[in-house]
Ligand binder design. Structure first.
Ligand SMILES: Cc1cc2nc3c(=O)[nH]c(=O)nc-3n(C[C@H](O)[C@H](O)[C@H](O)COP(=O)(O)OP(=O)(O)OC[C@H]3O[C@@H](n4cnc5c(N)ncnc54)[C@H](O)[C@@H]3O)c2cc1C
Ligand code: FES
Length: 370
């Protein structure tokens, strides 16, 4: 009996040892040798790229000037970089699973930042993404809009002009510095009108210890060269006669300001209310610009609300969260369309409030800053 047990344990040890060695060899092969050589990526059955194997698909495409939307810089935490991989993608990875529903899995949708190019691939990429370009820009001004939001103006150097729709965003490259040992990309909504083609404005809110926003706050200066790519996104006005409401907090102002400037320039003048939430008066910005828009568009009203005004704010306007404030202003919601821009949890709470007021989900559009 003793002999049988020792034989059993010896066999387990041998099998585990061999599996361990094989697994280690595979990891080493994948990480260090990574010798997949040159591989082919066929796109939309029309064109073929030759890329270096072993890199994430998102990076391989970017290196060939095909820019797939990404807001988290390839960390698998935004879910924007989805692509249809018709063949050569291998099994879905555990890091992709939280972002893919059953329909997407069946349709071979994958997260391009997680998937590495390890064999020849066939992809289907929406045609509009081929219009996305990389732009070399120069910082032409940095203005403090509030104590934690900066307006950055980027003058376009090459190409010298950009075409975008009001409400879209770009990805900005943050170079290697003490918080990151490689360049990272972050998404920022364009906060200027599409008619201004030779520069773009961004409104960037400081996130403590955030890689991009710390860089912008501590290191970015006028005349710095900055790489961006875009435009991306469909947080744009739908073409109909519905009454509009916008709801935003903080730098969620950015895409909505671009949409409002565009409306004013094009003479669109329908009933529009912009509810803007802040904590206290020092978080409010662009109030003069909003008054100017109210003068230009008689159907437009700006309604800021402070959730925790200080006594010295001497605030006479609305107070409390926008979920409650909107109820005072909206009696008939039968023809209302809503556009929301904020962080994920705030958007969820706005959506719920709007749905409770009878606005169906298909009339609620949002830009989730994460
Ligand atoms: C489509 C889109 C458009 C966007 N447009 C804008 C814009 O116009 N202006 C703007 O300021 N931001 C915008 N963002 C957010 C922006 O992309 C970055 O996520 C943000 O600037 C933080 O980047 P970071 O590198 O400084 O922080 P990271 O290094 O990415 O994050 C550091 C830590 O902060 C947390 N964190 C990340 N973002 C936030 C946040 N917003 N608030 C609180 N905690 C956070 C992270 O979970 C992490 O723990 C947009 C995002 C998306 C998806
Ligand atoms: S780039 Fe954000 S999940 Fe892929």
């Amino acid at each position: 009996m003793d002999f049988a047990w020792s034989e059993f344990f010896t066999s387990i040890l041998i099998v585990s040892g061999i599996s361990g060695i094989l697994a280690t060899l595979m990891v080493i092969a994948d990480a260090t040798i990574g010798n997949y050589g040159e591989l082919k990526i066929a796109i939309n059955k029309k064109k073929e790229l030759t890329v270096e194997g072993g890199q994430p698909l998102l990076t391989a495409l970017k290196n060939k000037s095909i820019f797939i939307p990404s807001a988290c810089g390839g960390r698998g935490s935004c879910g924007l970089c989805k692509l249809k991989v018709d063949s050569g993608g291998g099994d879905i990875l555990s890091t992709e699973l939280p972002w893919l529903d059953d329909k997407e899995k069946a349709e071979k949708i994958r997260l391009s930042c997680q998937l590495k190019v390890k064999q020849n691939m066939e992809l289907t990429i929406p045609e509009e993404l081929f219009n996305v370009k990389e732009y070399k820009t120069e910082v032409s001004s940095i203005v403090n809009l509030t104590h934690d939001i900066k307006e950055i103006t980027l003058a376009l150097l090459e190409p010298a002009e950009i075409e975008f729709k009001a409400g879209q965003f770009i990805q900005m490259e943050i170079p290697e510095y003490d918080l990151t040992d490689e360049p990272v990309y972050r998404a920022y909504s364009i906060a200027s009108a599409p008619s201004m083609k030779n520069s773009i404005k961004l409104q960037i809110k400081y996130v403590p210890d955030g890689i991009s926003t710390t860089y912008v706050n501590r290191h970015m200066k006028v005349k710095d060269k900055v790489i961006v790519n875009g435009p991306y996104g469909d947080f744009c006005l739908r073409n109909n006669n519905r009454e509009l409401i916008f709801m935003a907090t903080g730098s969620g102002m950015a895409p909505i300001y671009s949409i409002l400037l565009d409306m004013a320039e094009k003479g669109v003048n329908k009933k529009t209310t912009f509810f803007f939430g802040c904590k206290e008066k020092r978080d409010l910005f662009l109030t003069e610009e909003m008054k100017d828009l109210e003068r230009k568009m008689t159907g437009f009203k700006f309604v800021p609300s402070l959730s925790r005004p200080r006594e010295e704010d001497n605030w006479q306007g609305e107070t409390g969260r926008l979920n409650t404030v909107i109820k005072k202003y909206l009696s008939d919601t039968s023809e209302v369309e809503a556009y929301l821009c904020a962080g994920t949890s705030v958007i969820e709470s706005y959506k719920n409030a709007l749905k409770e007021m009878g606005i169906p989900e298909n009339r609620i559009f949002y830009d989730d800053f994460g």
